[in-house]
Ligand binder design. Sequence first.
Ligand SMILES: [Zn+2]
Length: 270
Amino acid sequence: MRDDFSQNTKDLLANRVGWKCSNPNCRKATCGGGIEKTDIVNIGVAAHISAASKGGPRFDENMTSGERKSYENGIWLCQSCSKLIDSDVKRYTVTKLKKWKEISEQMAVLDLEERSTSEYISDKELVKFFVQCFDRPAFKDRICQEGRMEDFDKAIEDTIVALNTGVLRTRDGSILKNSEGKSAISNEKWREKFETICDMLVALRRRLKLAKAEKAYTTYGDFEVMYCFYDRELEEWFDYTREEILKILSSVCEEVGVNGLRFPRREYRW
Ligand SMILES: [Zn+2]
């Protein structure tokens, strides 16, 4: 037996995210007018976070039928994202989907409070916002001084989401919002530089994942944890790649005429 959502629950899920897909990297509109004046086309899906029936994606046998069809267990998505989350349940975990939902609901409120997105935003304003996204320890400290690799990875992920969507989750969990992501930059050269930065950030996360799987580093120290990479070149690659990212960023800042980030010169203690 399937624990399907009631129409009320479906409407609630859609309304609370402004009828947009809850994947923060997608945010596609899911509703619009049809050809007839009275028609409404809805391409959104009220997806189950934990499956509606046994054997389905992320099914949790400890949940009651009531919990399974409750608002808490639903997430509003576009059709392709609803297929995506069920095609890779290891990547799209319950925790991740709940986070998507939380972010999307907060973004819908911010959409209400913010000026209209059709208002023109200058490249300068966009770049200023993106610079803020890099002002965090993950871009300042050397890789061996990162408190926890999981936090480092999370910080990089947050930065990628911010560049793509214009929404930045800060370390304390609050949300800073600009109305647009990097695709809204009108200057092609600057836009390409931000695309390159994004690719490099993705590469950092991938390499980190691989390093973890291969146990390429160990930790030492009790009070302040330090990381030790067995491969010096790999350790340097992480530091070097982040420096390159900041170099590209500061070259855009210079060209646009906004203040770049001024990180104190790193101390190298070989
Ligand atoms: Zn989507």
